[in-house]
Design a protein. Structure first.
Length: 141
């Protein structure tokens, strides 16, 4: 039993939309955007879960927290939308695209084992920039 789940993620809330493997809409639910609530809601859904969401400011951490609980998690590039817009419609569209095999372009690549190295590198870069900025200010005085 396959379940295709589209997520429309916002700062305060996330809309889940679920579609069966035959394309039947099984419902939608609005959940608070925090890790525990997202994982808890995903666990309530039966079957093999395939999750799809659009790339955005929160896509990386949503991917990482949901990946262990789903068969696949796909992050797509933001597409140009036309016509009426709603969170539920967007989430259903993502779920349907994943079910139909039209989930393109996939833009997110899992960092996996190198995540810690990337975070340390980014932190080092910020510290160096801050030190240079402070030194330049002191020199100008």
């Amino acid at each position: 039993m396959e379940r295709y789940i589209g997520l429309d993620v916002h700062l305060a809330s996330t809309t889940f939309a679920v579609v069966s493997e035959r394309g039947k809409r099984l419902g939608s639910q609005v959940v608070e955007t925090n890790g525990r609530a997202l994982v808890a809601h995903l666990k309530t859904l039966p079957g093999n879960k395939h999750v799809c969401l659009e790339e955005g400011t929160q896509a990386a951490w949503v991917y990482e927290i949901l990946r262990p609980h789903a068969v696949e998690v796909v992050v797509l590039g933001v597409s140009e939308s036309r016509g009426p817009k709603s969170d539920e419609r967007d989430a259903l569209g993502l779920a349907e695209r994943l079910r139909a095999g039209k989930a393109e372009p996939r833009v997110f690549k899992e960092r996996g084992d190198f995540r810690a190295l990337g975070e340390l590198s980014r932190t080092h870069d910020k510290l160096v920039r801050d030190c240079v900025r402070v030194q330049n200010r002191l020199k100008s005085l």
